[in-house]
Design a protein around this ligand. Structure first.
Ligand code: HEM
Length: 464
């Protein structure tokens, strides 16, 4: 693998508009193609312009950055010249209020400083016991099913990760039926991506069926969060190890007398809840399908899980001794990054990218799904090969694997997610063989705010 490739040499004078396709009808033809198949559009763009490309739609200049060095040059080195794309922020804020995912500038810095201590690699190990208890309960239910009945992996992983995030947030929870929550999430995910291609959203009070659906979905989630926060205040529990306790105790190191207001607590809880389970469920659904399609990889994972865990529940320490399992999770997120397209930024100052200077006011898009399938960094990029991520394998260039983003706004929950996924995967592989049904076909992509399979992945579970 050639990791030394440097993009085009600097030319002088610096240029401002990178190459790209010319649009018809002020670029509305691009908009139509993007709406029909966004990932296909960006993939074609990258094959014509491997490092950087410019697309104009009406008066919007969108620059796609594909080269990993340039991704980092922008997101890491010049993060203070960027804000999130306002349209995405507007859409996210409908559900997530003024939370850390949405705010900018000093407000974002204050929130991130307050939340960060709850998500360090060391701190997240404290949530492991809550996570494994949730997985354990789901596996007991699974073991009681008739073997010939196939399992809908999307539904299983959604239920499991929902249970995990609710326990991690609240210690225990009172949600008996997770389906309304999962449906509310799906509604918000699909309306979210749809809205991104429209110039504005209808206000929440409009009596339109689509607006009503979104309003109801939001109310369902608000109710869940509110019930749990109220139950916590009534019980006066302060000693728990969960995320809500962390949020309640969070203090700004620069103003230690300040905690989160009631509204902020609600919004941050909502963002953890929302960002914290659909992404993980999606990653685990694709992973399980890939494992079932690659029995030779599954065998390696079974072998190391059996040898290291010897029937015991995995812990953050024992997970570190399972290289094939960890590599398979990374490889699944390379092929199917849950947040496949979401990193779009507006420049608030001029930004330098390689030999280009992008002026203030442009949009920059980063598409992990496309960046992570670039044959320059990943040989046979469409194949599932966990060995790329094994210790001792050639280094993947920094910025070429970025399912959690990079730079100061990198996913705050990345260590939490890797721990959770490792525990779920290890516990599943301890007890079951995941078998790909003979008549099943590999699903097409379904791009919402997360990248899901178009039809459910169903697997046969065989008790080991
Ligand atoms: C496989 C699971 C996950 C994936 C793939 C994922 C991916 C991402 C990505 C791509 C971003 C945006 C980065 C950017 O804009 O540059 C992000 C942000 C964020 N994620 Fe995650 N995430 C996952 C799990 C989680 C979990 C478990 C939590 C919390 C419990 C979480 C909380 C957040 C928050 C709060 C942000 C906003 C951070 C900020 O703007 O400062 N995520 N995530």
């Amino acid at each position: 693998m050639d990791t030394t490739h440097t993009p085009h040499p600097h030319t002088s004078p610096r240029q401002t508009i990178p190459p790209g396709p010319t649009g018809r009808l002020w670029g509305l033809n691009h908009l139509r193609t993007m709406r029909a198949n966004y990932l296909g559009f960006v993939g074609r763009l990258q094959s014509q312009h491997p490092d950087i490309a410019h697309v104009q739609v009406l008066n919007e200049h969108i620059v796609h950055v594909f080269h990993p060095e340039w991704v980092r040059e922008v997101l890491v080195d010049q993060s203070d010249a960027l804000i999130r794309w306002e349209r995405a922020t507007e859409i996210f804020s409908v559900v997530m209020g003024q939370s850390v995912l949405v705010t900018e500038g000093t407000s974002w810095q204050r929130q991130r400083r307050m939340l960060q201590p709850g998500f360090t690699p060391k701190r997240v190990t404290g949530y492991a016991a809550l996570m494994t208890s949730a997985v354990q309960d789901a596996l007991v239910d699974l073991a009681q099913r008739p073997e010939e009945q196939s399992v809908n992996m999307d539904a299983l992983m959604t239920t499991m990760t929902l249970d995990v995030i609710l326990r991690a947030l609240f210690g225990s929870h009172q949600v008996r039926d997770a389906r309304p929550i999962a449906e509310a999430n799906q509604t918000l995910s699909h309306s979210g991506i749809d809205e991104m291609f429209k110039p504005f959203s209808w206000p929440q009070w409009m009596p339109l069926p689509s607006v009503r659906k979104v309003r109801q979905a939001k109310q369902t989630l608000d109710r869940v969060i509110q019930q749990h926060i109220q139950a916590r205040s009534a019980a006066q529990q302060q000693e728990s190890e969960d995320l809500l306790t962390m949020l309640q105790q969070a203090r700004d190191p620069e103003h230690p007398e300040q905690g989160l207001s009631a509204q902020e607590l609600h919004d941050q809880t909502m963002v953890m809840f929302q960002a914290g389970h659909e992404t993980t469920a999606t990653a685990m659904t694709w992973w399980s399908g890939l494992i079932a399609r690659h029995p030779e990889v599954a065998e390696r994972i079974h072998a190391e899980v059996d040898a290291v865990l010897q029937g015991k529940t995995p812990t953050p320490d024992t997970l570190q001794q399972l290289p094939w399992l960890q590599a398979s999770l990374k490889e699944a997120m390379r092929l199917y990054p849950p947040a496949a397209v979401l990193m779009t930024r507006r420049t608030i100052k001029d930004v330098k990218v390689g030999s280009w200077t992008l002026s203030k006011g442009q949009l920059i898009a980063f598409t992990p799904y496309v960046i992570q399938r670039d044959p320059r960094w990943f040989e046979s990029p469409d194949e599932f090969k966990p060995e790329r991520f094994l210790p001792g394998a050639p280094d993947v260039p920094r910025g070429a694997w970025m399912p959690f983003g990079t730079g100061p706004r990198v996913c705050i929950g990345q260590h939490f997610a890797m721990l959770e996924m490792g525990l779920i995967a290890a516990m599943l592989m301890q007890r079951f063989r995941l078998v790909w049904p003979e008549d099943a076909t590999w699903p097409e992509l379904n791009l919402g705010l997360t990248l899901r399979p178009h039809h459910p992945i169903r697997l046969n579970f065989v008790l080991r």
